[in-house]
Write a protein that binds this ligand. Structure first.
Ligand code: ZN
Length: 143
């Protein structure tokens, strides 16, 4: 079951959450019930159909818990200062999809890279430069 979560200033739907998540939000007192599902209960709870945050949030992510703020130093730390292309010690970060080709600076598009690999790859895509990632970038769950 999908439950809408509204953001108070304008009651825009901020998020659609499953029932379990909705109950967790209710227990944390971060949402109030706007509409209930007729006659349904979930343990001691009425089943909500629409929730509203008790405080407005500016970022969807805050609902999910705190997320690590993206940084180049964070990318190096996530990848343990290991070049994603050759496995040697890395001191720089590389855009997997180059910025020149619309690649963004984000957890999912940056990997640690040694200087030679970074220079060799330059503005090429993975296919063009025939280099392979030895591991895939991901969004870390630490702050
Ligand atoms: Zn390398």
């Amino acid at each position: 079951m999908a439950i809408a979560v509204l953001n108070p200033p304008d009651d825009q739907v901020l998020h659609i959450v499953p029932l379990r998540k909705a109950i967790a939000l209710l227990r944390r007192n971060v949402v109030e019930i706007v509409e209930v599902e007729d006659g349904s209960t979930f343990g001691p709870y009425v089943v909500p159909r629409v929730l509203r945050l008790t405080r407005a949030v500016s970022m969807v992510h805050q609902l999910e818990g705190r997320r690590p703020v993206f940084s180049k130093a964070g990318v190096l730390r996530r990848d343990r200062y290991t070049c994603a292309y050759c496995g040697r010690s890395a001191t720089t970060v590389d855009h997997v999809v180059p910025r020149a080709r619309g690649g963004r600076s984000s957890w999912l598009n940056l990997v640690a890279a040694c200087r030679p690999c970074n220079q060799a790859k330059a503005d090429m895509s993975l296919r063009d430069c025939d280099m392979r990632l030895q591991f895939l970038p991901y969004e870390p769950d630490w702050i």
